[in-house]
Design a protein around this ligand. Structure first.
Ligand code: SAH
Length: 394
């Protein structure tokens, strides 16, 4: 290698997590940077006493100063990324064939590609670059993805506020192929959904909840269902497919409810009584009668920062308390948290305390998290954000 790469020298003792494979190095762990380093460069990482630890994308402007790419000394070039993409694709290929047409192909750190997200919706790919390093490689990724998948279009959805922390503006738009005009119709275990990759939430759909939605197909027969924070009705549609008798949907977004309505039609579920309610779930739930057999609580992340955890805990407690109040005897509650900072233990304690306050005895039937296409690197527990508890209230 002829290029002289910037060298990141860590403070004494700070090499330990890196040696165990953690992909993030915070600026506080860095003693000095030797050489010219600008956001998005590849740099070499060394311990204080000069041991080579690996290479990663660096961004001196970000609190996460390095995102490790490899523990070896190697060329970070096209073939390097080609191999990482192949590894990610291989994981998904066999599982999803013919069953679903929308899934995550690359899950950032979980697929050893920190800062890069790639979702597939039929023949459309949606790319998200979260770091300066990945931003620079956008052109390379587009080339690799076109070659590998021959997509109709590649659309960028890097319109996420966390880009600010990397000194990057939000960005969205077509990167390759045809302009996308209509929503894309996807198949999720027999249910059909329209996905708007340009304006929809996340990259268009909550792919991370797919398996949990699907599980309702086996649980909803004859049930009266309440789907809180429903977005475009994913859980409701699967419940409808599973034979639900009546479904009430709550979301604060009018647009989301309009999408949900279309999904009932698309799936020929007009025969199921459905009652969309637009409003704040915290308020709406207070006014409902306790007559539900199955309740889904899938709120947005209440704790986006660690400091929000206290307020978030109260929010989770409140909605879960309402849910237990609204459940009939032996009713089921499927309750989620997608806050990074809320761990399993705390979440379960909050749900338990909601049960106590609602004066219900509750069985925990299952813990449900992320699906197979959202892998987490075990050395990077921060990647695990989705936590779900399936409960039955006596
Ligand atoms: N269950 C959905 C995803 C839910 S995302 C699925 O599987 O697709 C969270 C949803 O909560 C968003 O649609 C958002 O519009 C809605 N939301 C946010 N705050 C809310 C509130 N206070 N009351 C009701 N809905 C809210």
């Amino acid at each position: 290698m002829t290029d002289v790469l910037p060298r990141i020298i860590l403070k004494r003792g700070k090499e330990k997590p890196v040696l165990r494979g953690h992909p993030w190095i915070f600026s506080g762990a860095v003693a000095t940077i030797e050489g010219e380093a600008s956001p998005g460069d590849v740099g070499e990482v060394y311990s204080r006493d000069g041991h080579f630890l690996g290479m990663g994308h660096i961004n001196p402007e970000s609190q996460i100063l390095v995102r490790m790419l490899t523990s070896r000394r190697e060329k970070i070039e096209k073939s390097f990324f080609e191999e990482r993409i192949s590894r990610a694709v291989e994981l998904r290929r066999e599982w999803f064939k013919g069953k679903i047409s929308a899934y995550r192909i690359i899950n950032g750190e979980g697929d050893s590609l920190p800062g890069l997200i790639l979702d597939r919706y039929q023949e459309i790919l949606v790319l998200q670059c979260l770091t300066a390093g990945m931003e620079r490689l956008k052109g390379l990724f587009v080339d690799l993805l076109v070659k590998r998948f021959k997509p109709k279009s590649i659309y960028e959805r890097s319109d996420v506020p966390t880009r600010k922390e990397e000194g990057l503006p939000e960005a969205k738009g077509i990167l390759y192929g045809e302009e996308i005009v209509d929503p894309i119709e996807i198949d999720e275990y027999g249910c059909r959904f329209y996905v708007d990759v340009k304006e929809g939430q996340k990259t268009g759909f909550y792919l991370d909840q797919r398996e949990n939605r699907y599980s309702l197909q086996g649980l909803a027969q004859g049930k009266k269902v309440l789907d809180c924070f429903c977005y475009s009705g994913g859980f409701s549609i699967h419940a409808g497919m599973g034979g639900a008798r009546e479904i009430t949907l709550i979301d604060s977004s009018e647009e989301a409810l309009a999408k949900a309505k279309n999904h009932f039609v698309l799936n020929h579920l007009e025969g199921v009584s459905s009652y969309p309610i637009r409003g704040d779930a915290f308020e709406v739930m207070r006014d409902l009668e306790p007559e539900y057999d199955l309740i889904i609580l899938d709120p947005p992340p209440f704790a986006k920062k660690k400091g929000h955890l206290h307020g978030a805990s109260r929010g989770y407690k409140d909605v879960n308390l309402q849910a237990f109040r609204l459940l009939k005897k032996n009713g089921l509650l499927f309750t989620f948290s997608c806050s990074y900072h809320m761990n399993w233990d705390l979440f379960q304690k909050i749900v338990f305390s909601a049960a106590v306050d609602a004066n219900r005895r509750v069985q925990l039937l299952a813990r449900r998290g992320h699906p197979l296409d959202h892998p987490i690197d075990l050395s990077h527990p921060e990647g695990e954000y989705l936590k779900g508890l399936m409960c039955r209230a006596m």
